[in-house]
Write a protein that binds this ligand. Sequence first.
Ligand SMILES: Cc1cc2nc3c(=O)[nH]c(=O)nc-3n(C[C@H](O)[C@H](O)[C@H](O)COP(=O)(O)OP(=O)(O)OC[C@H]3O[C@@H](n4cnc5c(N)ncnc54)[C@H](O)[C@@H]3O)c2cc1C
Length: 518
Amino acid sequence: MNKKSESPALSCRKDHELGLDTDITRRDFIGGTCVGAGAVLLSMGSPGLSRAGVEGFPPPSIKLGPDWTGPGGTGEYSTSNGNTHEVLNLAHDLRNGNFEESLPSAIDTGESHDLVVVGGGFAGFGAALALQREFEGQKNCLVLDNHAMYGGEAKHNEFIVDGYQIYGPQGSSSFSVLRNNPTFHSVWHDLGLPTEFDHVPLSGTSKQIRFSLDPYAAMRLPDRASIGYFFDGADSGRQWVIDPHLNGFRDTPLSAPLQQELHDAFAHRRKPKHPEPSEQWLDGMTYREFLVNELGFSQAAFEILDYSYASDSSTASGDICSAYYAYLVDAPGTRVLPGQSDWGGDERDYLMFPAGNAGIIRHFVRSLVPAAFPPDATFEDVVIGPTNTAALDMAGNSTRIRLSSTVLKIEHDGIPEKAGHVYITYYRNGNLERVRAKAVVVATPGHVAKHVIRDLPGEIQAAYQEFHHAPQLVINVALTNWRFMETLGISAVRWFDGFGWWAALRQPMSTGGSLTSP
Ligand SMILES: Cc1cc2nc3c(=O)[nH]c(=O)nc-3n(C[C@H](O)[C@H](O)[C@H](O)COP(=O)(O)OP(=O)(O)OC[C@H]3O[C@@H](n4cnc5c(N)ncnc54)[C@H](O)[C@@H]3O)c2cc1C
């Protein structure tokens, strides 16, 4: 809207009609996004038309600059602080087909690998590790990733704040030890990761404050932390209620039926209507449908509980994600199946390494490329020490990790059913390069895979078009004004209006070295 061409009054009225003069909350944003997506789908004639519509949508032609990337802090992640402008510009070029004409001129590196893995996150490194475990390091593997640093979602940022070195996850941050899962233990053991953990004892306060061991679990499992609920409504006025779940939310300004619903949900007191609930059955509905249709919760209760769930579904809302996923993360109300010991329940630990799940992925890298870390590296050295990046892509390694390499095209050498090899073309340092492999594992998000795999069977290509994807923004904020929490005797805060809804201090893990701060 060009405001210069309109009277200020008209402009203000339009802003008001569009809701642009009001503060936006996360609920508004997610709700608005869902309504938008629903409206688009309803106006479409058929899935075929819908695909044509999506593909015909003009892609943005803007080239992003360094202001998109923003400050990267210090250390080896400083040039890889999320999807940087370089990464995004190349991804947009890939989607828009801007490389098509130049792809045939790619330089053949002459390399031939048993396996090429596209994507250096958990899935990609998991595939590389599986190959090396199965063939005891006798096969060679190349991992290609488009970022300047490995890890995918499991990367961290490093900052110096008020003289303290602190670490913030870029995405994936908390984990659980699946005590009864043999596959988990076998991989975890091979990676050299511990299963018992010490945490820094609480000091500097005389109050009995419960601390969660990760930032999110207490949203779903309120016993894990001392939680202050902050209400600021027109009727309630400003008030704090500490640990309202301990007395059935009775001290909150919520209505009595809503108090009862929250109590039921956090205590998992309601049973579904279905006589034989199963994992598959849960996967056939959203978390919202499960709460409202099966357990009889109100929409108002769902909207409060959804925040607890969204925290562990990577901020996707419970009216999009499946009830099965909610069950896996032990969301309120979901303990409806027998035998949850692997996944949920009060026994499960929710833990966080000092730098989030980058700590785990770095152990994958040490296992795949031992020279990436000193031979005598301690757990803490691997988690926060420097990576010998020169070792990652050395000839002779059974696994090589090649960074800043955006894969553009994967195609069979001939007819897919008969081809003995696959060619992988990628962009690196201003050049197009091509390698050969006996097999490829594509461990990128599907919205990338559908563009790079040229021989993808039609039905899979069609299925990919049915998926929606949306961006998520993770910002590391150094919270320096937290002392009010100690004054109130709490370690976490839940609020209902304005930006965000939750802040928590966690008890940091001791890693056996000098690092004791989060
Ligand atoms: C914000 C957020 C928070 C999360 N928090 C948690 C958590 O606390 N605990 C938890 O267990 N899980 C969490 N998850 C989920 C977890 O991060 C993912 O399940 C997991 O990291 C996915 O791993 P992946 O290897 O499949 O994908 P990714 O980690 O995304 O790795 C894929 C890699 O492929 C690269 N790639 C893409 N296109 C190309 C290309 N053309 N060429 C080369 N490389 C390419 C990508 O850039 C990326 O590096 C979170 C996810 C998000 C988004």
